[in-house]
Design a protein around this ligand. Sequence first.
Ligand SMILES: Cc1ncc(COP(=O)(O)O)c(C=O)c1O
Length: 438
Amino acid sequence: MLNLTLGMNLWEEANYYIPGGTMLLSKNKNLFSPEYWPCYYKKAKGYVVEDLDGNQFIDFASNGIGACTLGFANTEVDEHVIKTVQNGVMSSLNCPADVSLAKRLVDLHPWSDMVRFARSGGEANAISIRIARAASGRDKVAICGYHGWHDWYLSANIADKDQLGEHLLEGLGSKGVPSILKDTVIPIRYNNFDDLEKIKENDDIGVLKMEPTRTFKPATGYLESIREICDNKGIILIFDECTSGFREANGGVHLNLPVAPDMCILGKALGNGYAITAVLGRRDIMEHAIDTFISSTFWTEAIGPNAALKTLEIIDREKTWITLPNLGKQVKDIWLRYGANYQIELVVSGLDALPVFRFTGDNSSILKTAFTEMMLDRRILATTQFYPSIAHDSNSINLYESAVKDVFSTISQHINQSLPVHELCIGKICNTSFKRLN
Ligand SMILES: Cc1ncc(COP(=O)(O)O)c(C=O)c1O
């Protein structure tokens, strides 16, 4: 057993001072193992994380919730940021890197003309909705995917608290979101052609926002149908590529798909862990940003755009959009191979660069908890999804493979002896995690 005392104690204290213990749901230990999770880190470099108790793990989990595709603390990005810091990250004047970054992103996405920056994915989503509502002159928004925590999005759950169940988390409360926003957001199910009729029939919808692909590939003709409906009805199509961007293409994953959006959101991988997100769009739409008020002090600090410029240089040089899906494919193959060898039922899905698996059957949460805890004992931070980084080398993949083999074999022996599966876990079982359907 690992000694995780300092981390666990700090988590207890955190919950006294910070409601929910953390600012990000995906860093809540209860999603992984309520009683055996390191919770806090001291140091992260490459693919190695050291926790507060001094345990070192290789990260086969989310690699900074998907932010660090170049690995943690990438030396080149960090050195560029340090120079930026030394020149002053804030001033009464603008930062020229904003313009260089906007030009670079427009070059990478030839359908776009203009860019606005923010520092989080939720903010960028809220910005895009404001601009798109202003441009379309209509209030209602159709959505498909996860688009952040703001009122506009969470209002989908006012009418029925499970409306976002297929896009975010089941039963998510919307207390504090003005009830007057009820019915302003219409969720549609991914790859469901019938749901597209809802959009065709509703003349109040001015915006359709979606993750173009994530857990599943688009069905034949699906995105093309969406594009056609949007064109016919004057609906602004926004692709939220906060997470999918820069993993399977040098830009949004839509660059590999048959359809271009009218606006697009990029985040996460854009700054390799430094806070920077972007809203790209066509000029005729983006210019509506000045008909309304969208403005914030820290959207003008210099670290974010400078980190992004260096990150984009490395992405381009290293062709990370080839490496990341290759790594993901290897990990998918490990899950499938040892799942089959040890008769463990699981389903593998997701973009190759964002692979996920799910234990099937009634014991899925118990098995997820057991898997996580047993992988930790083998010094691997792992859950049922893996966000690869180019720091992951063959050595780390080999270590991961032998740990998965070992853990699946242990689970299988336990099940074959008809022993209660919860005995595989240290204590409480993890909560249901994000459930994504696109
Ligand atoms: C598609 C998508 N949109 C928006 C967000 C929200 O981004 P943030 O957590 O930076 O606010 C996420 C985060 O996971 C995401 O995956």
